[in-house]
Design a protein around this ligand. Structure first.
Ligand code: PEP
Length: 256
């Protein structure tokens, strides 16, 4: 039994209208409980956040945005600020997703500013790190994630850090159907926890939830969640369908 409450999040990316969002949430809420040992989060696109908040009853599901700017307001056409997301009732913001880093040129410096700003606005960042295939094949996974974590958390107030959610998402596993094996995930999660311990301390490191993301599906979720340092999941494709996301939320430990 892990002492961290797990977190299972669906990142919908650029999918779902307002109507589709509301239907999904109504169906999901009917099928799941308000669990004590696990937290369920959905990350709809910006356009559906307000409707999602309204459609959520009780405490069964929490709300995340997928991205934000780091400034509170200003002349940044097309951007959305953390203050606006807080105002909509967001609990979390995904920061540094590989699609933001690789398709939209987000640097480590930008990821650091967003991480700090999300915390400063009373929400929790779900900070994504992960190596591309060439880096894994060159044996550089640890130095790559080490650098990403170090840069993103630079200057962060220690008081806020225990709430952080870190997501290890090997880029070669995102949307490809290739999942990291449970052992590969555990190896990197354990490395990341050691890193957090070195940056802060062991007590803080043991509180931070480290999610795995990359082609999580109903048929691999149980084995991934059985790993001692896998504290939850960040789910893309399989989070778009109620059936598959429900099964992922209802992961089971061996023997249960
Ligand atoms: C993601 O986008 O964060 C992700 C993990 O996607 P998928 O589950 O589709 O690989």
């Amino acid at each position: 039994m892990k002492n961290r409450r797990s977190l299972v999040a669906a990142n919908w990316k650029m999918h779902k209208t307002v109507g589709e969002t509301v239907s999904f949430l109504e169906a999901l809420q009917d099928r799941i409980e308000a669990y004590e040992d696990r937290e369920v989060v959905v990350a709809p696109p910006f356009t559906a956040l307000a409707a999602a908040r309204q459609a959520m009853e009780g405490n069964k599901i929490n709300l995340s945005a997928q991205n934000c700017h780091w400034e509170e307001k200003g002349a940044f056409t097309g951007e959305v600020s953390p203050a606006m997301l807080k105002d909509l009732g967001c609990d979390y913001v995904i920061v540094g997703h590989s699609e933001r880093r690789h398709l939209f040129g987000e640097t480590d410096e930008i990821v650091q500013k967003k991480t700090a700003s999300v915390f400063a606005h009373g929400m929790v960042p779900i900070l994504c790190v992960g190596e591309v295939l060439d880096e894994r094949e060159a044996g550089r996974t640890f130095p790559v994630v080490n650098h990403q974590v170090e840069r993103a958390l630079d200057g962060l107030n220690c008081r806020l850090v225990p709430a952080l959610v870190l997501a290890y998402e090997p880029v070669w596993a995102i949307g490809t159907g290739k999942t990291a094996t449970p052992d590969q995930a555990q190896e990197v999660h354990s490395f990341l926890r050691e890193k957090l311990s070195a940056l802060f301390d062991k007590t803080i490191a043991n509180k931070i939830r480290i999610l795995y993301g990359g082609s999580v599906k109903p048929d691999n979720v149980d084995a991934l969640m059985a790993q001692p340092d896998v504290d939850g999941l960040l789910v893309g494709g399989a989070g778009l369908e109620v059936d598959s996301f429900q099964r992922i939320v209802q992961y089971r430990f061996p023997g249960e």
